[in-house]
Write a protein that binds this ligand. Sequence first.
Ligand SMILES: Cc1cc2nc3c(=O)[nH]c(=O)nc-3n(C[C@H](O)[C@H](O)[C@H](O)COP(=O)(O)OP(=O)(O)OC[C@H]3O[C@@H](n4cnc5c(N)ncnc54)[C@H](O)[C@@H]3O)c2cc1C
Length: 419
Amino acid sequence: MKLEFDVAIVGAGPVGSVLAALLVKRSVCPPGRVALIDPQPARDGDGADWDLRVFAINRASQRLLAAGGVWDRLPRSRIQPYERLCVWDASGAAGGAGSLTFDCAEIGEPDLGSIVDGRSLKWHGLQAARQLGVIVVESGVRAVSIDETAAQIRLGDGREISAGLVAVADGSESPTRQRLGIGTTGHSYAADALVAHVATAIAHRNTAWQRFLSTGPLAFLPLADGRSSIVWSVVRDEADRLCALEPASFGEALESASAGVLGKTRLDSAVGRYPLRLRTADRFVRERVALLGDAAHAVHPLAGQGLNLGLLDCGALVAVLEAAADPRVFGDRRVLRRYERWRKSEVLPAAAGFDAFDRLFSNADPVLAALRSTGLGLVGRLPLAKRWLAAQALGTAGDLPPFIAGREEITNDRSSLRR
Ligand SMILES: Cc1cc2nc3c(=O)[nH]c(=O)nc-3n(C[C@H](O)[C@H](O)[C@H](O)COP(=O)(O)OP(=O)(O)OC[C@H]3O[C@@H](n4cnc5c(N)ncnc54)[C@H](O)[C@@H]3O)c2cc1C
């Protein structure tokens, strides 16, 4: 028997689950008409310790998670708002003339964003979707074909699904994107990001710290239990060397790489390792198909924006489908092109910007080092530039879906969404 849905979402990661929850919560689809397909959906709740993967979630994403009924489900013990961001080049010192510090008080905000446990986000996103009546299908996708009226999905367990629209959110390797023959553009950074939790002698003071070394950026993100989570981008050989160190030596290497900004540093978890690449899909849509999240764009994590961009994909697609109103036209290429134009205009410049930033900062040239420090110090002294950058970090500067931009009434005027 073939199962029929308005929208079938492939991938129950944070992006797929939040999209599923939003579609029903915003009444774009009735309960029972959205399928969420994943061979390995999240199985456990919040875990004994913080997940090795934590996300810096900005204000726009927080509003979106709230709109999908996900934010309020997250345990407060797995959310740490951060109030300050301190960024500096290795040629200077944290808080010195060549560094840049944002404080939420300077822009009249309660915080600059929150560090959220990855496992909790994935689990509560899935649970929110389930509770709203999304059908979770625990299987892989074996084949996808598109015909005049619907997309046909053959599952690994032999079942078949028919849907007016397939939303592809199965991560940066996206087997579904590959199956559909959608190519990608980008390059490998020949570097890996090491992630771990650390205990530090000096308190993090609800501050995210980031030091730019010529080998790549090192970030300390504050956790609610007083520890910090590190994201340390390093070239592959150096990653091999660091991963082979004893925990005590790893802590010493971290302390040295961070110029001791948080004092003595002790490794307090395993070390995770992720290859870094820039990859954007050549098309975000085709007839009956829309790509979201890392399936559409994987970016360098130096600005902590990958998931934030993916969540805004969800918001944009929901807003476009909401305006289209009739599930029979959800897969129509003219409808989906609005989503593609909207998101490409936001995502592609952001991805190029993070890439340029990495080239400028992950560089040992002494002239560039001097320029970086002068540039950071200068921005720190220009209130307007600082305010602009703060809006970028909060995620409130771009073209936001009306329902999270505080312009809810605009959704009643559907013509505003006919892009
Ligand atoms: C080191 C590091 C740090 C980062 N820090 C941040 C940060 O602070 N803030 C931020 O915004 N972003 C951050 N990012 C980016 C963020 O991790 C990604 O953007 C985000 O995880 C993408 O979510 P997703 O749901 O699109 O994909 P994924 O999280 O990859 O989920 C994909 C899902 O698809 C499923 N799947 C795979 N294949 C199939 C298939 N064939 N059929 C069905 N399902 C399938 C998988 O099981 C999985 O559940 C970071 C990235 C890295 C590498």
